[in-house]
Design a protein around this ligand. Structure first.
Ligand SMILES: *Cc1c(COP(=O)(O)O)cnc(C)c1O
Length: 445
């Protein structure tokens, strides 16, 4: 079997249980044209065959994987109600489940009294964080590293804030010296620390950034959309761990349950350390309103209608696999990281490849050994396409010359960027498959 369906029989049982809660209502006649639906839905199944196999360990490319079966079932089950978490009237149970799930995520960072909610994804979460930053530090700049997600620059354009990017060090992390040079100009309101960059999984040196905050007084927003959950992993390198251990001290955190939290798309999360920022969302409400038990999530969110299903799926997943440092969920993350380390060791001991730095999380970036940026790029694309024919799906990443020039001094930079190979080993099962993926890579050389 390639696509899981053992769990489906639980869905019928659960729908019956859900219906028990409404047995006081008169029955509704249901006349479905099942034959016509069947035709359509089988056509959908055929259309959906046109996809990369994100669910399979042979897919080791972009940040894509299926949700946990329990998330999928809970999401589907909730669609028989279709709650809207904008207001309590639209989804009483799912709003409560959202509050509980968000508190568990917050507790993972040691936060007990924060303000937070789910949202459409990392882009929305970052947008809310930078919107709050702009309100609290009007006229001041937002900084993020050159390897930060491109969304930050675009969000600041939407919000009418000014933005500047900070150079990176050799590990694609924010260069603290470059940061301090900008801070001296006294124009900075917020520094975005990326906790797991999208291209390479690099973690900005948060402990140094926190130290600079004491001197320069800016806000810190952690974009942990990809990497946030790795706070639970027990096998990070010491420096990476140090950054994660500082997360509790930042002002806001964006984290994507739909990336490493085993959720269907449409599930991001924003957390603010100081619940008083809630007052920014609604001018005519005193802050006490927001801390009341009857909080409508729509009062602390920029989005209005939101899928209650996302909250239900997340709640179910956390119930099944709590966010503890010892549990099954943490072990899954540790396995992804072990897969990346294993692939890194294989690549770095083979002279046919070059690897710029060791992975900090579960993303590995490497390149075929060639003499020029153009030759590396060409060969990377060839390997990428050859592997695709073998059903192995990697990704490619374009990195700038400035990032690699000291690491690869022998390379002729005949173009400003170089295309490398990239793998997100996001699935715990990758650990059992990384050797066969490596064999396939060697097979196409
Ligand atoms: C994915 C990602 C984002 C954007 O999040 P979406 O969920 O795709 O909207 C922002 N920052 C980082 C670091 C990411 O990895």
């Amino acid at each position: 079997m390639r696509l899981e369906r053992q769990s489906l029989k639980l869905l019928t049982e659960a729908i019956e249980r859900l219906e028990d809660g409404f047995s006081n209502l008169p029955e509704i006649r249901q006349d479905l044209d099942l034959d016509r639906m069947r035709n359509v839905i089988l056509e959908v199944a055929e259309r959906m065959q046109d996809n990369f196999p994100y669910f399979h360990p042979y897919y080791a490319g972009q940040m894509l994987k299926p949700p946990h079966p329990v998330a999928r079932l809970a999401y589907a089950l909730s669609l028989w109600i279709n709650p809207n978490n904008h207001a309590l009237d639209g989804g009483r149970a799912s709003s409560q489940m959202e509050k509980e799930a968000v508190s568990q995520i917050a507790e993972m960072f040691g936060w007990r009294t924060c303000l937070g909610h789910l949202c459409g994804g990392g882009t929305m979460a970052n947008l809310e964080a930078l919107w709050v930053s702009g309100r609290l530090k009007p006229g001041k700049k937002i900084l993020a590293s050159e390897q930060a997600h491109y969304t930050h620059r675009r969000i600041t354009e939407v919000l009418g804030l000014s933005f500047e990017s900070v150079a990176c060090d050799r590990q694609a992390r924010m260069d603290v010296k470059a940061l301090e040079r900008i801070l001296r100009r006294q124009e900075v309101g917020t520094v975005v620390a990326t906790i797991g960059t999208t291209a390479t999984g690099s973690v900005d040196p948060l402990s140094d950034i926190v130290k600079l905050q004491a001197e320069y007084g800016f806000r810190i927003h952690a974009d942990a959309a990809y990497g946030g959950y790795f706070v639970l992993a027990d096998n990070l390198d010491a420096e990476t761990r140090k950054a994660f251990d500082c997360l509790g001290g930042v002002d806001s955190i964006a984290i994507d349950p739909h990336k490493h939290g085993l959720q269907p798309y449409g599930c991001g999360c924003i957390l603010f350390n100081d619940p008083a920022v809630g007052s920014l969302y609604k001018h005519d409400s005193p802050y006490t309103y927001f801390s009341s038990k009857e909080l409508h999530l729509g009062e602390i969110s920029l989005e209005c209608s939101r899928a209650g299903a996302s909250a239900v799926a997340l709640w179910a997943t956390l119930r099944f696999m709590p966010l503890s440092r010892q549990g099954e969920f943490a072990e899954g993350l540790a396995k992804s990281r072990r897969s990346a380390v294993r692939l890194f060791e294989k690549i770095s001991s083979d002279s046919r490849f070059m690897i710029p730095f060791a992975p900090e999380l579960d993303i590995v970036v490497w390149a075929p050994s060639e003499e020029s940026a153009s030759a590396i790029s060409r060969r990377s694309r060839e390997i990428f396409s050859e592997l695709e024919k073998e059903d192995i799906h990697l990704a490619i990443a374009d990195l700038p010359e400035a990032l690699l020039t000291n690491t690869w001094p022998h390379i002729k930079w005949d173009q400003a960027r170089v295309t490398c190979l990239r793998s997100c080993l996001m699935k715990p099962e990758h650990l059992d498959w990384v050797d066969s993926i490596w064999e396939k890579i060697l097979g196409v050389l």
